[in-house]
Design a protein around this ligand. Structure first.
Ligand code: SAM
Ligand code: SF4
Length: 318
């Protein structure tokens, strides 16, 4: 079992399978060239699998595939299948911008994927085009429907930015409720790659928007990064607020980048490389590195202190 020095059990790993993406979201990588990551630097699926077997044997119960955009890496469903065959009880989830879900949802479900988190920042076509720098709303909506149709668990994620989509909080909530899925509103996290004019719309402001139309109560917190609330009709929604003091208290996760860096916290730069050990077939060394990264996991991020991170969300997977 992996326990960090603050007594948190680490049983969840988020794996970025590529830093590349077909979108250029304003809050993530608005100015990044389309084709910058040399492919030979990436861990192959087989190499990722070798490492994840070690992590699963050490007690990891949940793997989330993310990116960049995980669905642009070829044969992603085959990778899901490798994990599923190794660990029938593993929870396998994926975070996606949704664009390729109409084509891939069924294959992913058959390969053994349990759930998808789909990013949806606006229901207005022009706005999505502005935020993602891609004509994408129709494909995202079709992707949500397809994922539901094939029986994947679905959650929606919306990053709320002041004056960009902050007037859509209630619309997004009602859309998600209509589909019967949970939505989580994410506070914009300041980082040096984002479009510099972006302003956070705080969790308090998001709740105030919802409060203009609905009454809700807060639910007891579990180890999810979100705080959950319930409307009077029973519908549940969440807010992810990394700026809050207690955000990291129950953190149970670490991250692996596509290039083989193991990162203890989304905010932090301290990372250790597992690629060399895996390429040398030295899985004992890979296990030692995993244990060391868990041991060195920081107590909390520094967004609550008003700092900006140099972390590239498209490398760490958000
Ligand atoms: N491409 C996929 C997607 O967009 O869902 C997966 C990778 S993305 C980096 C993972 C999550 O991070 C998304 O929900 C995205 O909205 C969120 N994200 C990216 N940059 C962010 C930022 N600066 N603040 C808050 N959330 C961010
Ligand atoms: Fe791509 Fe996701 Fe980043 Fe948007 S948030 S640019 S979809 S990786």
């Amino acid at each position: 079992m992996l326990i960090d020095s603050f007594n948190r059990k680490i049983d969840y790993i988020r794996v970025s399978v590529t830093s590349r993406c077909n979108f250029r979201c304003l809050y993530c990588m608005p100015n990044t060239p389309m084709d910058w990551e040399p492919r030979e630097n990436l861990l192959s699926y087989e190499e990722l699998f070798q490492f994840l077997k070690v992590a699963i044997d050490e007690g990891v119960k949940k793997v989330r595939l993310t990116g960049g955009e995980p669905l642009i890496r070829r044969d992603i469903e085959k990778f899901v299948e490798m994990l599923r065959n190794y660990a029938p009880d593993l929870e396998i989830a994926l975070t996606t911008n949704g664009y390729y879900l109409p084509e891939l949802a069924e294959k992913l479900k058959k390969a053994g994927l349990n759930r998808v988190n789909i990013s949806l920042d606006s229901l207005q076509r022009e706005r999505v085009r502005k935020i993602a720098q891609k004509e994408a709303l129709e494909k995202i909506l079709a992707g949500i429907d397809k994922a539901l149709e094939v029986g994947l668990g679905v959650k929606l994620n919306s990053v709320i930015m002041k004056g960009v989509n902050s007037d859509e909080v209630v619309d997004l909530l009602e859309f998600a409720r209509g589909k019967g899925v949970t939505i989580r509103f994410i506070e914009f996290m300041e980082n040096s790659f984002a479009y510099p004019e972006l302003k956070r719309f705080s969790s308090g402001e998001i709740l105030a928007e919802i409060g203009k139309k609905y009454k809700f109560t807060q639910l007891e917190r579990d180890n999810s990064p979100a705080r959950y609330f319930q409307l009077e009709d029973g519908y549940k929604f969440g807010i992810i607020e990394p700026h809050k003091e207690d955000f990291c208290k129950n953190c149970n996760r670490i991250r692996l980048t596509a290039e083989g860096y193991l990162i203890p916290c989304l905010y932090f730069d301290e990372a250790m490389e597992i690629k060399t050990a895996v390429r040398q077939g030295d899985l004992e060394r890979a296990k030692e590195i995993l244990r060391e990264v868990v041991r060195n996991k920081p107590e909390k991020n520094r967004w609550s202190e008003g700092e900006e991170s140099n972390r590239r969300f498209f490398e760490t997977g958000g």
